[in-house]
Design a protein around this ligand. Structure first.
Ligand SMILES: C[S@@+](CC[C@H](N)C(=O)[O-])C[C@H]1O[C@@H](n2cnc3c(N)ncnc32)[C@H](O)[C@@H]1O
Length: 368
């Protein structure tokens, strides 16, 4: 395997179905958001005129975590417009494991698919970033996106003493927030133009709630601080270089309610000019299923074994990207295995307080 291939493999969520297998809480959070998306379907101003209807899943990864949502949402849409073909477009970055997505949809994995159970459904994929235009103007009826909009297209600066903007210095954090706000406004403006009048955008996004909580940071042991401590330890011991430590920055911005809603409230924003209006907004916390089950089984080794893969499924690309391109694929894997191994040892030794609760904001917008 060449380095280029190896890097590409690491850039998206961990492939070959690993992501949805270990990301139980993302699926739980998406399932919990499903009634709101069905409500949006009921409000779509569409008639049964025979033309195709288009829906999209933006930042779908391997599609496994949203399959239950789409089963229900497509069923609701099918009932509303029995005579219209439905196109469902799955989007993610080019490096995403799209073949896993289609294997799953077509019943070649152990995940149950809606395909073949609801008539007249046509799945497609797009590997165009959601920071760019994906669909022709006024051609999208409903878009759903989960746990993806916190990804910015590039990091504005290295974070000197941490790996995530939540632990950055004031100036560094301001740079991330500025990129975050520009890209959020642009993303909403792009979607507003793609939606048909009356079309709905349902975004389930990681953010910072009014208690200052965010994913992996809800009291107890903070996931991002632990990542930083262990990565820093590796740098101090010479397991990675100081340069690699500095190059490791999550390309993510967690936004507050004010930051999420600013372009929708600002009368002069491009988003408002494009006709997008906020219909509903609510915060939700999805409890960590591994910490919950640890409370019952009380086996620290088992907890570590079950919990750490869920962290690895989404964080590994960032740590892999921080490593020097001169390292061989074998070396990279050894560093990463060692790093997550340490996380596991920490949890097994002192399990209390470890958890990754999801902190999500669910926003539904309508294009007027
Ligand atoms: C944490 S996963 C979420 C997957 C799934 N939606 C869920 O909630 O379980 C984030 C996904 O967003 C994708 N992503 C990140 N930046 C993106 C972009 N600019 N355009 C499209 N997808 C992106 C990643 O590749 C990844 O598959």
């Amino acid at each position: 395997v060449t380095d280029a291939v190896e890097t590409a493999r690491f850039m998206a969520m961990k492939g070959a179905g690993y992501y949805s297998k270990v990301t139980v809480s993302a699926r739980d959070a998406i399932d919990a958001a499903t009634p709101s998306v069905i409500e949006a379907v009921h409000r779509l101003p569409i008639g049964d005129d025979g033309s195709p209807v288009r829906v999209a899943d933006l930042g779908c990864a391997d599609g496994g975590t949203s399959i239950g949502l789409w089963h229900q949402v497509l069923t609701a849409l099918r009932q509303r417009v029995p005579g219209r073909a439905i196109e469902i477009v799955y989007t993610d970055l080019p490096q995403n494991d799209f073949s896993q997505l289609f294997r799953m949809l077509h019943g070649q994995t152990d995940i149950e698919s809606y395909y073949g159970k609801i008539p007249n459904i046509y799945p497609f994929a797009s590997a165009t970033s959601f920071h760019q235009a994906i669909f022709p103007p006024s051609s999208l009826h409903l878009a759903f996106s989960a746990h993806a909009s916190h990804y910015i297209s590039k990091v504005p600066c290295p974070i000197s003493e941490h790996v995530h903007m939540v632990g950055a210095t004031e100036a560094e954090r301001a740079a991330y927030e500025q990129t975050g706000s520009l890209e959020w406004e642009r993303l909403l403006g792009l979607r507003a133009r793609e939606l048909v009048p009356g079309g709905r955008l349902c975004m389930l996004s990681f953010g910072i709630d009014e208690d200052g909580h965010y994913v992996g940071h809800t009291g107890g042991v903070s996931v991002f601080d632990t990542f930083n401590t262990l990565w820093r330890q590796l740098a101090d011991e010479g397991g990675i270089t100081h340069d690699e430590y500095l190059r490791t920055n999550f390309p993510q911005v967690f936004r507050t309610t004010e930051q999420f809603t600013a372009p929708l409230h600002d009368e002069k924003s491009d988003v408002r000019a494009a006709g997008l209006r906020l219909e509903s907004i609510e915060w939700r916390i999805q409890e960590c299923p591994f910490a919950r089950s640890f409370k019952e089984h009380r086996d620290p080794e088992r907890f570590a074994r079950e919990y750490v893969p869920t962290l690895r499924s989404w964080s590994e690309p960032t740590f892999a990207n921080g490593l020097s391109p001169d390292r061989s694929p074998h070396e990279r894997l050894a560093v990463l295995d060692g790093f997550y191994g340490r996380y596991g040892q920490l949890v097994a030794k002192d399990p209390e307080g470890h958890k990754m609760d999801l902190v999500d904001i669910l926003m539904t917008c309508v294009r007027e």
